[in-house]
Structure formats: C-alpha cells, structure tokens
Unconditional design. Structure first.
Length: 263
C-alpha cells in the first residue's frame, strides 16, 4: 500500500530510541524526510546515521530538551532550516517518575507538565501555521493505554497524558476544515527500556524476581506477549498517511487487547 508519504517531512520527538525511533524509521522507510530530536546527542547521532543508512532518505538530528521552551524552539528552528516545513508531527517523550500521590511534590508535577503537555502543545502550535497554509497536515500524539485504563503508580503519566488527549481531541475539530488530522496513539506494554524499568521497580517493591513480574504482565495481555515498537510505528505511519485523511480526533490503542473497555 502506497501511504503517500514520499516527499513529506516528519518531526518525531524522543526519537533516539524506543517508540520514537521506531516511528521515525518507519516514516523514513515510507519515503518521508525525518527530523529526530532527543537530549542525548550521541545516541541521537547513532539513530540518525542508522536510519539514513537503512532507508536512504534525508534524516536530520537536533539534540535538545523538549521540556524547555528553548529546546522546543531549537528543534523547530533547526527542522525548518533543514527542510523548510513539517507535514507530520509526532509528539513523544519519556515517562515521568512512578509512585503514589505522596511521592510527588508540585515540582514533579510541573516537570511532568512541561515534558509531556507543554511540549505537545508548543510543538503543535509551531507547525500548524504551515499545515494550514498548505491545507494538509498530520499531528499524532503518543500517549499511553493508561488514559483509558489507569495503572497503579502511574499517577503523573496518567494525569498529564489525559490532558494531552483532551488537547488533541479539541484541536482536531478546530483544524479539520484545513485538511489537518489530529490523533493520539496509545501504546500498551512494549519492548522498551521504560517497560523494563517499570517491571524492575515493581519487582523491587514486591520483593520478587523481575521474571515473575514480566510473566504476570504477559498473563494480562490476551495476545500473551508484549508489543514491539515497530507495531506501534505501523499505526503511526498509517495515521500519518494520505490514506488516513478521514480519521481524526481518535485515540487508538495498540496493546494486544490489554484494555478491557468497549470504547
């Protein structure tokens, strides 16, 4: 299936590893030029070189902290200087700390807001004018299955990602007349460093082997396995495509059936 992404320009957050890198590589495979960003310059350069080598498409990399206004402005400015525009925006970031309410002071909440909500809002604000002018655009926010079915201990992540969902759904109606779609994708348990770390913390708290926690997680997933980043990336690529032009305002889960709700 031709997704119509050849010649498009995509900006993908937190794309030096994990879900972000998989999404960036999949978009590049479909022919899009891609701008990567993350804080770790060395890992980012490695990802840039690997994706460019495999896909033979232009790949740009910007080392910056998207939890800061300066970092957001740097990424947008550098991407515009390199490619001139952004057709596809994928906002993505690492998860905030885990723990119950008592373990998070307001500074932790503020950082979670800056990292997850403000970065999504300000990156979107920066690319929308061009999308409106061209009457074509795709905005995809990577959130989490916790916005549909909360997980104990992930209060910061659940709360702030739910705010991103509200922002995304409201924005979708505002920009739909301009040929711009806005959706969120909700990864379940994926083969990423974040999930590995969450399993390790659960094992430490419960005083059990990590293997036991991993098997318990797998047992809750109807497919009886965790997902691979490329499987979420395939969903992102479709939503970014020309073929998905009538899909907007949606929150789509990729979790192997873990969420039990009907909607």
């Amino acid at each position: 299936m031709d997704l119509g992404l050849a010649g498009k320009v995509a900006l993908v957050g937190a794309s030096s590893k994990g879900l972000g890198r998989a999404i960036a590589e999949t978009l590049a495979t479909e022919g899009a030029s891609v701008s990567l960003c993350a804080r770790n310059a060395e890992m980012l350069d490695t990802a840039r070189d690997a994706i460019a080598r495999v896909t033979k498409t232009p790949v740009h990399a910007v080392a910056a902290d998207l939890s800061t206004v300066a970092g957001i402005e740097q990424v947008v400015r550098s991407t515009f200087e390199r490619f001139g525009r952004v057709d596809v925006l994928v906002t993505n970031n690492g998860g905030p700390p885990v723990g119950p309410l008592e373990s998070h002071d307001w500074a932790a909440w503020q950082h979670a807001v800056d990292l997850t909500l403000r970065s999504a809002v300000e990156l979107t604000r920066a690319v929308l004018p061009g999308m409106r002018e061209r009457r074509w655009g795709r905005v995809i926010h990577v959130t989490s299955l916790t916005v549909k079915q909360p997980i104990d201990g992930l209060m910061l992540s659940t709360s702030i990602r739910a705010a991103v969902t509200g922002f995304s759904r409201t924005l979708a109606n505002e920009v739909a007349p301009h040929g711009i779609t806005v959706n969120t994708i909700l990864p379940g348990y994926m083969n990423t460093e974040r999930v590995t770390e969450l399993n390790r913390l659960d094992a430490e708290r419960e005083g059990v082997p990590v293997h036991d926690v991993e098997q318990r997680v797998i047992g809750m997933i109807p497919m009886r396995r965790i997902g691979e980043p490329r499987e979420l990336a395939a969903l992102a690529a479709f939503l970014a495509s020309e073929r998905a032009s009538y899909i907007t305002g949606q929150s789509i889960v990729a979790d192997g059936g873990w969420v039990r709700g009907l909607m």
